[in-house]
Design a protein around this ligand. Structure first.
Ligand code: CP
Length: 299
């Protein structure tokens, strides 16, 4: 595997990640000023989506268009991947035809195998293990409102799944302190937790949010957990982020959610109307951060 792939946040150095976040903010400003910026003329991104997506797909497709390139949507229903063609064969074929590939699939192992056989950059568009693209947008959003995230304190409340795992890597790479509150039965990857001094697990959401600068959550039943919705509602009882819980954070705290959200489960019905929520800006920043990533990988 080459370092040209972006499968997790630790594929890039902290300096490179910092530059990407800064560049994303620049690209956002350039777009707002109406500046045409098309360094990817003639370049093609293949997007393999084996799971549903709104933000990731739209951000990559619009991003490639704005940068002068073209994005190709490939679903398993329409490609030979859906009929069992090995990911390594698909990787070699796409390497002959396009310039960069993004994959969203549950199996992180499949993405690593794809990248291992690919001679072009591969981006992880989310697996059951990690969602690194989302973290670029989240860090940008925090910095847009509050300045450097380095040294800040962040609470992740809910399921110790792919977003939580990604926040653990982000804490180490961007230098913030992460408190994670999950039910004991849904803790994040233990090896990841042990890999950094910047992340701490605890059971109590109230303890986790105490005085923090940012509160983050994600759905209780992610893609892949469709058969566990009822049991998970019970498992996560007491882990809802609501205004009362946010009141325990710092007075300037922000709230983020990668979306889609299930109101009444991991967040209260009214949370996106709370002035502390920056979830819509966070979603919009997926466009700019993914453009920065494409520009970097194809630059
Ligand atoms: N947050 C996120 O990745 O959204 P989508 O699933 O809609 O792409």
């Amino acid at each position: 595997m080459t370092s040209d792939h972006f499968l997790t946040l630790t594929d890039f150095s902290p300096e490179t990640l910092g530059r990407l976040v800064t560049r994303s903010a620049e690209l956002k400003d350039m777009l707002a000023r109406g500046e045409r910026h098309q360094p990817l003329l003639g370049k093609t991104l293949a997007m393999i989506f084996q799971l549903n997506s709104t933000r990731t797909r739209v951000a990559f497709e619009v991003g490639m268009h704005q940068l002068g390139g073209h994005a190709l949507f490939l679903s398993p229903n329409d490609t030979q991947l859906g009929r069992g063609e090995p990911v390594e064969d698909t990787a070699q074929v796409l390497s002959e035809m396009v310039d960069i590939v993004m994959i969203r699939t549950l199996s992180h192992d499949d993405v690593e195998r794809f990248a291992g056989a690919s001679s072009i950059p591969v981006i992880n568009g989310m697996t059951s293990r990690f969602h690194p693209c989302q973290l670029l947008a989240d860090v940008q959003t925090f910095q847009e409102f509050r300045g450097p995230i380095e040294g800040a304190t962040v609470a992740f409340i809910g399921d110790g799944y792919n977003m939580c795992n990604s926040y653990i890597k982000a804490a180490a790479q961007f230098g913030f302190q992460l408190r994670i509150a999950t039910p004991p039965t849904h803790q994040p990857d233990a090896t990841l937790l042990e890999s950094t001094n910047n992340a701490t697990w605890m059971e109590s959401p109230r303890d986790a949010v105490d005085g923090v600068d940012l509160v983050v959550t994600d759905v209780w039943s992610s893609m892949g957990h469709e058969g566990e919705v009822a049991s998970r509602r019970s498992d996560f009882d007491g882990y809802q982020v609501n205004q009362a819980l946010l009141d325990g954070a710092s007075k300037d705290a922000l709230f983020m959610h990668c979306l889609p959200a299930h109101r009444g489960e991991e967040i209260s019905d009214d949370l996106f109307e709370d002035p502390r929520s920056v979830a819509w800006v966070e979603a919009g920043n997926r466009l700019h951060s993914q453009k920065a990533l494409l520009e970097f990988l194809l630059g």
